[in-house]
Design a protein around this ligand. Sequence first.
Ligand code: NAP
Length: 249
Amino acid sequence: MKDDLAGQATLVTGAGRGIGAAIAREVARQGSDVALVDLGSYDEAAVVAAELRALGRRTVAIRADVSDFVAAEGAVQEAVGALGRLDGLVCNAGITRDGVSWKLTEAAWDAVLDVNLKGCFAFCRAAAPVFRAQKRGRIVTIASINGMRGKFGQSNYAASKAGVIGLTKALARELGPSGVNVNCVAPGFIRTEMTAKLPAEVVQRAVEESALGRLGETDEVAAVVSFLLSDRARYVTGEIIKVDGGQYI
Ligand code: NAP
């Protein structure tokens, strides 16, 4: 369906590449203006922003570290200032620092929890006053099926994504009375730079696990996120939707 998000404004974190860039493109295709937040891939986010501006959308690229509360508040304010409103938030930025738990460093633990869980909370916290004041808002968090089933070598990542799922449910309860829906998309193995660095046998195992017999594409995650941001999902909240080609079953 087209124009589901016409006249709206959406902030996407980690929007410079991968799933975040696909979400930015899809919500723009559905009519939304977009604020694209990124840190190391800020330049790429600015390129995507220019591409979407050429389609007639208002866009702004913002450099921010999602795990910094002050930066998150600044980014939300900058988005509202540039786009004139904020209707949707997609907490997508995430990293991996894999290793078996008995060798995992404190730095690898902290980095993943900081970006994936604290970063998600920082943006939800920053956007909550805007959404509560207007009595409407949509938040979509991005977890992972590995936060639901665990994964060898990913104790930090799985813990962070399980945390995102708990956070989503708590926020759905807190913000629901203010007309704010909070849902989570849990992707399986999606072809992006994050997964490109994994060994071939890990990729092959994901293909074999998938009921559909293939990896996922970024636009297949973006389509579900866009649906959750739209009014078609207005009675859905606190929900975790797997987009994994049946890898989890
Ligand atoms: P990706 O290609 O590595 O993109 C992640 C984006 O987040 C990058 O642009 C990255 O920029 C940005 N980012 C990282 N740390 C940040 C920070 N502190 N502040 C702001 N931006 C930051 O990853 P992806 O595969 O698209 O994954 C997107 C989300 O989906 C993540 O939450 C990931 O955990 C989740 N996910 C992915 C898969 C998959 O198979 N790909 C599966 C399940 C869940 P820089 O690193 O350049 O700063």
